[in-house]
Design a protein around this ligand. Structure first.
Ligand code: SIN
Length: 277
């Protein structure tokens, strides 16, 4: 393959990385991919022909694999979580703004999603840039958020009475007894880029430490509306061979559920992260 080209998706978020085969990246390819990942928060590859083994091998180049406790696993490869919606199902996985594993004490660094079966139309994924969301806040609100911490929990999503277990996705989900929570700063300094990012999300953040639920909700709702403004986002249209690699500390994502009656199957590998400061 020739030289790598990094093409910005929108003014707000993401870039396509063209001219690389991620099944066998050279050291200099890896450098260029690392820089794009650091600078854009989410990067996209096209026309890849990754086998599950190559998907796992590419993920291992970034760190240890963080096996998801709740998602349906691919029977043959425990490292691969399946993001699946069958023709008959109405609820999809990840159909709201979130970032993966924020309920863990060491939230996952990134996730690599490979398209396996796509609907004729639809099933796009939206991404939002949490650096830009933070940077666009007023100095006053930045100062207020600076010392604050927020609780992130998953019982309401993956627990026995949680969103998936009470939906038509119930059969695939597991680990209801493994739910838990973690506390993180509301503004994190990104371990790779050194930039500040907003680190709350509507799926898993329940409240601010030391604030009650009602008080927290008012400010969280403001932050969610702010951070999902179109100018911080991009929309990725999947094709056969597409791969997305996002940074869970710098972006949110949202799987659009607009393809009822068709199947969509994605393979996701999540890479282990570190405590956030
Ligand atoms: C996810 O939320 O991890 C899945 C995103 C998608 O299926 O587009």
């Amino acid at each position: 393959m020739g030289a790598i080209e990094v093409r910005k998706m929108t003014g707000g978020c993401g870039a396509e990385v063209l001219g690389v085969d991620i099944a066998s990246p050279s050291n200099s390819d890896m450098e260029a991919i690392r820089a794009a990942y650091r600078d854009y928060g989410v990067i996209f590859f096209r026309d890849q022909k990754l086998t599950p083994e190559e998907h796992i091998a590419f993920a291992r180049r970034w760190g240890d694999i963080d096996i998801n406790k709740f998602f349906p696993a691919n029977g043959q490869y425990p490292e691969i979580a399946e993001v699946r919606k069958e023709k008959e199902q109405k609820v999809n996985i990840g159909g709201g703004w979130h970032t993966d594993h924020s309920y863990d004490a060491e939230p996952a660094m990134g996730s690599i999603l490979v398209a396996r079966e796509l609907p004729e139309e639809g099933g796009d994924t939206l991404f939002a840039d949490m650096y830009k969301a933070y940077e666009a806040l007023s100095d006053g609100l930045k100062k207020t958020l600076e010392g604050m911490r927020a609780v992130h929990s998953n019982a309401h999503v993956f627990g026995t009475a949680g969103a998936y277990k009470s939906s038509d996705q119930a059969g695939g989900f597991k680990g209801e007894s493994l739910t838990g929570e973690a506390v993180h700063p509301v503004v994190v300094t990104h371990p790779l880029s050194g930039r500040k990012a907003l680190y709350v999300n509507s799926a898993f953040t329940t409240h601010f430490e030391g604030w009650n639920w009602f008080e927290s909700k008012a400010l969280l709702d403001y932050l969610y509306a702010h951070a999902s403004r179109p100018e911080f986002t991009c929309r990725f249209q999947w094709r056969e061979g597409s791969v997305a690699f996002w940074d869970n500390r710098a972006t949110w994502h949202y799987a659009v559920n607009d393809y009822h009656g068709e199947k969509r199957l994605m393979h996701r590998i999540t890479i282990a992260g570190c405590p956030l400061q």
